[in-house]
Design a protein around this ligand. Structure first.
Ligand code: 0O2
Length: 202
């Protein structure tokens, strides 16, 4: 498998999506409006992770482009839960890619405690051989959800997917706490935004 050639267009997708989403953020700033986007990150899945996932999900290597949805992944991190749904609405109305699936792990969190909104898109990328439509995943989550997911991801890596049950329980409690934090922050959202506007003007 020529991984370099296979992954090059995915890396272009990630870069293009990052530019476009950062563009949305700047537009909010120019208009002195609260930006629903706190920060954006993106990555192409490392080959070792692709191979691991292909094995656990029984995806034959010749099918990974069709069946592995997160080879290109972009993450949008927001302050408030409402911001997530605003971004989802904005993404739904764009016409530079097609949404093929939405996974709302916020209204229905995963058993692990994971919360996030995933949008799977089909993105047309220009290559030297013409247009290629690639699948990419946009994950949208709050800072609190991101904090939890980052820590849980590290522990999963450390314990190779089998986190001891006492730590798992702690993670579930931490997920509840992150949920509560998001709820409490939503209640004082207007206050926070007003303070941020004043701060921004200075
Ligand atoms: P990495 O290292 O981030 O690339 P499914 O069969 O639907 O459960 P699928 O098809 O992988 O799983 O899709 P899903 O659920 O949308 O998950 C894709 C990505 O979401 C994962 O990629 C993670 O980034 C994130 N994710 C999903 N569930 C969890 C979770 O319980 N904890 C954390 N920390 N992240 C999660 P990868 O390939 O697992 O990992």
């Amino acid at each position: 498998m020529n991984w370099k050639a296979l992954l090059a267009p995915y890396s272009q997708v990630v870069e293009e999506l990052k530019v476009k989403l950062k563009g949305m953020r700047s537009q909010f700033e120019y208009e002195s409006r609260h930006s629903p986007i706190e920060f954006i990150t993106g990555r192409v899945k490392p080959v070792t992770s692709i191979l691991d996932k292909a094995e656990t999900k029984h995806i034959p290597l010749e099918r990974i482009e069709q069946e592995m949805q997160d080879i290109a992944g972009v993450r949008v991190v927001c302050q408030f839960v409402d911001d997530i749904y605003n971004i989802v609405d904005m993404l739904r109305s764009r016409n530079d890619f097609a949404i093929i699936e939405e996974k709302d792990y916020i209204s229905e969190k995963k058993d692990s405690g994971y919360r996030s909104f995933h949008i799977i898109i089909e993105y047309p990328v220009e290559t030297i051989h013409g247009e290629k439509k690639l699948i990419a995943e946009i994950q949208i989550r709050t800072l609190a959800m991101n904090f939890w997911a980052t820590n849980e991801h590290s522990l999963n890596y450390k314990y190779k997917g089998s986190i001891p049950s006492d730590i798992k329980n702690r993670l579930k409690r931490a997920s509840e706490a992150a949920f509560k934090l998001d709820e409490e922050m939503s209640k004082i959202k207007n206050e926070v935004q007003e303070a941020q506007r004043i701060f921004h003007r200075k």
